[in-house]
Write a protein that binds this ligand. Structure first.
Ligand code: SF4
Length: 303
């Protein structure tokens, strides 16, 4: 049944010249039929080069928006309109504008997990893999980092020369992991390396052997012969097991499951292909131009 649906999607994809992009946190059955898999920024860059009119982005809303910003001429569809990242809206654009007025020496750095409206009022975007490089390259000491206080705190710990003010936002999935979870996982798997995403709280990151983006975690886990405890969304552990069946991968905590990332099913992808259902990302020219600026700045600074 599942295989049948996957075959239908693969056939339709060719007939209609549609590209399917899937964030690494998507379910395995979607990852299997996607043309490309990766993090939100990697996928946006890939989409730019694709020779197709329509792209289906399996992930959450800010990812589809970022893709649209880099490929405004393409039709970008998010199969499920309700799939959003709660962290992306934890600060309003008005608050950022107000902060900038009150603190003119500051530059505002936005994690890519933000809405288009938020990006439009920020100075530069970062991904979890580029944040250190970009923040370090900024020509100002004073920085407001939004919205993820955990990623911001990690960057701040690595760049003590910068004055980084953190917003009180967080990923509710990663932020829920505790020190107790780390101790239990280490007791169960004492020889395993602990690979952690910097969206985890600082006291949890203290237990990490490797701290890095989703891509860095995947690359490390695929390369090593060690057992690995995976400290990010469960789908990464599932993906690793699929890629390396003889590898030993354990999830750091059962809490690491994002309901928004799991909202899109294979049937939703199929429905979006046959009936143009789903949510087409429409951004006004003005918003598109303003939101694109911090992305371009990220690219200029080597992100
Ligand atoms: S895992 Fe966290 S950051 Fe990623 S989409 Fe879910 S809520 Fe947002």
């Amino acid at each position: 049944m599942l295989r049948e649906l996957q075959d239908k999607i693969l056939k339709l994809k060719k007939e209609k010249n549609i590209a399917i992009l899937a964030h690494s946190y998507q379910s395995t059955d979607i990852l299997e039929i996607a043309d490309f898999r990766g993090d939100s920024y990697q996928l946006s860059v890939i989409a730019k080069e694709l020779d197709c009119e329509t792209v289906i982005m399996c992930g959450v809303k800010f990812m589809a928006e970022t893709l649209k910003m880099l490929s405004p001429e393409k039709k970008v569809i998010l199969p499920i309109a309700q799939a959003t990242c709660p962290m992306a809206e934890q600060i309003s654009p008005e608050r950022v504008v107000q902060f900038k007025k009150e603190n003119p020496t500051f530059k505002v750095v936005a994690y890519i997990n933000t809405t288009a409206e938020l990006k439009a009022v920020c100075d530069v975007c970062v991904t979890s893999s580029s944040a250190l490089k970009i923040v370090s390259a900024l020509d100002t000491k004073d920085i407001l980092f939004i919205p993820d206080k955990n990623l911001g705190a990690y960057i701040s710990s690595q760049l003590p020369q910068k004055n980084i003010v953190l917003w009180d936002g967080y990923c509710p999935i990663h932020d829920a992991v505790t020190v107790k979870d780390c101790i239990e996982a280490k007791q169960l798997h004492p020889n395993a390396k602990v690979l952690m995403h910097p969206e985890l709280p600082p006291e949890v990151l203290a237990y990490g052997d490797v701290i890095g983006s989703t891509t860095a975690i995947i690359n490390y886990a695929l390369d090593t012969d060690d057992e690995c405890i995976i400290g990010t969304e469960k789908s990464i552990a599932d993906f690793l097991k699929l890629q390396k069946p003889d590898g030993k991968f354990y999830l750091l905590s059962k809490k690491l499951m994002c309901p928004d990332m799991r909202m899109t099913t294979l049937s939703d992808v199929y429905a979006a292909m046959i009936s143009d259902s789903g949510h087409e990302v429409i951004l006004s020219d003005e918003l598109l131009a303003a939101a694109r600026k911090p992305i371009d700045e990220m690219i200029r600074l080597g992100g």
